[in-house]
Design a protein around this ligand. Structure first.
Ligand code: NOJ
Ligand code: CA
Length: 562
């Protein structure tokens, strides 16, 4: 079946914060319908919508209690069907979030298991506790605390929950579980959905011995990227989405490797089309600890990006390209200077990944330069992970202020603030108080203003058009250059007799580089400054400048590369 994800751009909608149409302060499906023309104007091909299924919302919808319904919080099934229809009219496809690793403890499967139903007990990892009072092993939940929780008060039985204790991990070793989950995927396929984003897909194959781990690294290996995951993903592929023409699938892979990435995405293996990996977004973690606050090193970032670009290309794998999503603070605050160079920072980040080999994802608000909010109290954050982390930091001896400073830079709520549509009441997001406090800068950063006077939205439009139109961007080889340079991320893309060269200057200063490739450059492909300062083999880059050139003579370039 023909596949065309290489020249597509996907837009992520965090539904709860996108557009509220019924005044309850929560974004909804009719809100997406209302904004489809806006998305069409941007030029994207597909929208990924975060979970909108019935859920107690302990982890904002990633705790699903019914896979085949719409939570009334977000609208009705009729709204969803309308969304499919309306999006189709504009040639926009939908990608749904499939959270198949775990269900909410309110899901009927779990409720039945809890009530002793043996068929459903085997849907979960339920194990006897150790020595009466201890969980079956020492594994830790990714949201803090033990990865096991008591099934009920009477027995010494625990269920595995790698995330929140209200998210029970499903036992994929049980073929009945896999069949039920395939039914879920087919249900949405039958509604016209073509895209699927599989939540934490690489942790579905736990080692069932459940031995104690020696350290956190070894612990992850006991349930991450185990060989059986590939077998199950192939099974899912074969029994569900392989039946749709032009399906697009992406697996979210926590702590994975390039080698595994290739196994997941090489088309011959029939698993998924692409993966999200996160190593490039951990460069500002101190010794791998997210809840810390340190500056990043450009060369480390570059090394990771290049490793994934080159590695995946070598093994014919494919990357999903992204800086932002609903689990990350906004990248513009991490990697740029949004006070003095907001447009340059935002467009630099976009250029860097949109011209790489992979499929770019734009997270809502990125195209207008939204930023992290400045909250003044931990109570303004809603996210469960942030609260757990805050409490842990306090227990570890940090002062309220120190702990709060870390939460401010790392909280997932940073990117979850309501979309800023206008400078009017509640940023045009809702007529009532939103579920999460709006970023106060909405009077200056909003869609209305951006469309009237801004440059960023237009810049994104250009990047999207380039991917649609230029084979060298969608299909070209990736060749890193200036690897050791400490200020610039630069690379070539080559496809038959077409080639481009791209320079991205990640620093807040003026900087000149000399390279033999400059002599081969022709017209400017795209750039975030009006003109370019280029002389023979020297290019002068201003703060956060990005510029791409066409290469005039590709033969000459290829000779120079040898
Ligand atoms: C990854 C999702 O993106 C995140 O928001 C969620 O908390 C975890 N998976 C658990 O489902
Ligand atoms: Ca609403």
């Amino acid at each position: 079946m023909s596949k065309s994800f290489k020249n597509k751009v996907i837009y992520q909608i965090y539904l709860k914060s996108f557009k509220d149409t019924n005044g309850d302060g929560i974004g909804d499906l009719p809100g997406i319908i209302e904004k489809l023309p806006y998305l069409k104007k941007l030029g994207i091909d597909m929208i990924w919508i975060n979970p909108f299924y019935p859920s107690p919302q302990k982890d904002n919808g990633y705790d699903i209690s019914n896979y085949c319904e719409v939570d009334s919080l977000f609208g009705t099934m009729n709204d969803f069907d309308n969304l499919v229809l309306e999006a189709k009219k504009l040639e926009i496809d939908l990608m749904l979030d499939m959270v198949l690793n775990h269900v909410s403890t309110e899901h009927q499967w779990f409720q039945k298991a809890k009530n002793g139903n043996s068929y459903y007990k085997d849907f979960f990892y339920i194990r006897e506790g150790k020595n009466k009072h201890l969980p079956p092993n020492n594994w830790q939940s990714k949201f803090g605390g033990s990865a096991w929780n008591k099934l009920n008060l009477e027995e010494n039985k625990y269920y595995l929950c790698l995330y929140d204790k209200t998210q029970a991990d499903l036992n994929w070793h049980n073929p009945n579980v896999r069949e039920e989950l395939k039914k879920v995927v087919r249900f949405w396929m039958n509604k016209g959905v073509k895209g699927f984003r599989f939540d934490v897909l690489n942790v579905i194959g736990k080692n069932q011995d459940f031995v104690d781990s020696v350290d956190s690294e070894q612990e992850k290996k006991l349930y991450t990227d185990t060989p059986i995951v590939h077998q199950w993903v192939q099974e899912l592929h074969n029994d569900t989405f392989s039946k749709i023409e032009d399906s697009i699938t992406v697996g979210e892979m926590s702590s994975t490797t390039v080698d595994q990435g290739i196994l997941y995405t090489n088309p011959k293996r029939k698993e998924v089309d692409m993966i999200f990996s996160f190593h490039h977004l951990k460069v500002d973690y101190e010794n791998g600890n997210k809840w810390s606050s340190v500056n990043y090193d450009l060369n480390v970032l570059k090394e990771i990006l290049f490793e994934w670009q080159e590695g995946m290309e070598k093994g014919n794998g494919w990357n999903a390209l992204f800086w932002n999503n609903h689990d990350q603070p906004r990248a513009n605050q991490r990697f740029g200077d949004i006070v003095n160079f907001p447009f340059e920072t935002n467009s630099l980040l976009a250029t860097t990944i949109h011209l790489m080999r992979g499929t770019p994802f734009i997270y809502q608000g990125e195209e207008i330069g939204m930023t992290d909010p400045i909250y003044s109290s931990i109570n303004e954050y809603q996210d469960i992970e942030s609260h757990n982390a805050y409490n842990k930091l306090i227990c570890e001896g940090l002062s309220d202020e120190q702990a709060f400073d870390i939460i401010k830079t790392k909280s997932r709520d940073n990117s979850r603030t309501p979309m800023q549509w206008t400078s009017g009441k509640f940023a045009g997001f809702s007529s009532e108080t939103p579920w999460l406090k709006i970023n106060e800068n909405y009077t200056t950063i909003n869609v209305q203003r951006e469309l009237n006077n801004g440059k960023l939205f237009n810049y994104y439009q250009c990047l999207i058009k380039l991917r649609h139109n230029e084979k060298v961007i969608s299909d070209g080889r990736f060749i890193p250059i200036l690897k050791e340079d400490t200020e610039v991320i630069a690379y070539l893309r080559v496809y038959n007799d077409q080639a481009i060269i791209v320079f991205n200057h990640f620093k807040n200063s003026t900087y000149s580089i000399t390279t033999k490739y400059l002599k081969m450059t022709g017209d400017v492909l795209i750039g975030n400054y009006k003109n370019v300062i280029r002389r023979e083999d020297k290019l002068t880059l201003r703060p956060f400048e990005s510029v791409g050139f066409w290469i005039k003579d590709v033969k000459q370039l290829l000779n120079a590369l040898e």
